[in-house]
Design a protein around this ligand. Structure first.
Ligand code: SF4
Length: 353
């Protein structure tokens, strides 16, 4: 728990931590020692930071604390996907999903309580917006899940990848998300490389450009339509930042051979799954180096959309492949525990794409 008036050590960048320590007369290298305790050793008590002198620890305990989110519930899906419900210090709850896939164990993090973006196919969007998460709350999802699945372990344990694809639009909470990404990457902490962290956005074009200038990370775009009229119906963000603006932002985003921008395209029966839609998608992407993930919609009683027939999915996929696009179909996991894309929500409610 976070004690009021105290500095929360969790969620501070190295620079912020060093600044606070300088304020109490401590050397810069102490910041790295504390980072190692927090994220390498996953320690949640200042008293356990045994390479700090007793008097330093006592002083630190007077002025600082280490916050912790609390796991209220864990659910296991038939396909092995695990969903965790966490309570934040102010009583709000968020969900975090752990997805196993061949050699990867990916944790899907939330970045907001709710979401302002209002995508029509997403239950998180329908639940409204409560507040942004702090960097500490974003990073703590990783620490808590690592402790649950790898008790007594260190650093990120058996977790291999992070996706920011849970509740909330990460770029609508850019400052805290950038801090969290910085912390996730620390060499003496959780050690996630840029290739192993993917941020997924609905398309806040100016923030995509800013992110590309400030942080190395893999980028995924929740695209879902290749014409403005349909995309604006599905995703209101498109009325502010249309496809031309979105594609220009993507083109500005730094990429490498191993870190291409990914486009996620949810297939909705009768809405965006025709060969005309595939043709528009090919035209939109052009020669932009990218990967496309086709995700057949996960039906849900509260949402009016349907999943396409298998033939429709195959035809769409083959059309894109025949135009030399790198494309694969991806199934949302954990649908039976409402952990699939677009099904996460607050407290027993569900959440995002
Ligand atoms: S899909 Fe993502 S951006 Fe859209 S409403 Fe859901 S959480 Fe928000």
């Amino acid at each position: 728990m976070q004690e009021s008036g105290k500095i929360n050590l969790k969620g501070l960048t190295r620079q912020e931590l060093a600044g606070h320590l300088a304020g109490i007369g401590k050397e810069r290298y102490r910041a790295d020692q504390i980072i190692r305790w927090l994220y390498r050793q996953r320690v949640s008590e200042i008293a356990r930071m045994s390479n700090l002198s007793r008097s330093f620890r006592e002083h630190l305990q007077e002025v600082a604390c280490i916050s912790q989110i609390e796991c209220l519930r864990e659910q296991l899906a038939q396909d092995g996907t695990r969903k965790f419900l966490f309570q934040l210090n102010d009583g709000h709850t968020i969900e975090t999903v752990l997805i196993g896939d061949k050699s990867r164990l990916t944790l899907c993090l939330s970045t907001q309580v709710g979401c302002r973006m209002g995508c029509s196919f997403c239950l998180t969007g329908k639940s409204g917006f409560e507040r942004d998460l702090k960097a500490a709350e974003i990073v703590d999802q990783v620490l808590q899940v690592a402790d649950i699945i790898d008790p007594g372990g260190s650093s990120r344990g058996v977790l291999t990848n992070i996706v920011l694809m849970g509740m909330g639009e990460p770029l609508d909470n850019l400052e805290e998300v950038i801090k969290a990404l910085e912390i996730l990457k620390y060499d003496n902490g959780l050690q996630f490389s840029s290739r192993r962290i993917t941020l997924s956005t609905c398309g806040l074009a100016p923030k995509i450009i800013e992110l590309g200038q400030r942080m190395e990370v893999s980028l995924a775009i929740s695209l879902n339509a290749a014409d403005d009229a349909l995309r604006s119906r599905l995703m209101p963000v498109n009325r502010r930042h249309n496809l031309a603006a979105l594609m220009a932002a993507c083109r500005s985003f730094p990429y490498t051979k191993h870190r291409l921008v990914t486009f996620e395209y949810i297939l909705f029966a009768g809405l965006n799954d025709s060969l005309d839609d595939a043709r528009r998608l090919v035209k939109l992407i052009g020669s932009f180096p990218t990967k496309i993930n086709l995700i057949p919609f996960n039906e849900h009683p509260e949402l009016p959309f349907k999943k396409p027939q298998q033939k429709q999915i195959t035809d769409f996929l083959e059309y894109l492949q025949s135009h030399n696009l790198t494309v694969m179909t991806r199934r949302s996991k954990g649908a039976d525990i409402s952990a699939a894309c677009g099904q996460l929500r607050e407290a027993g409610i569900e959440k995002s794409q």
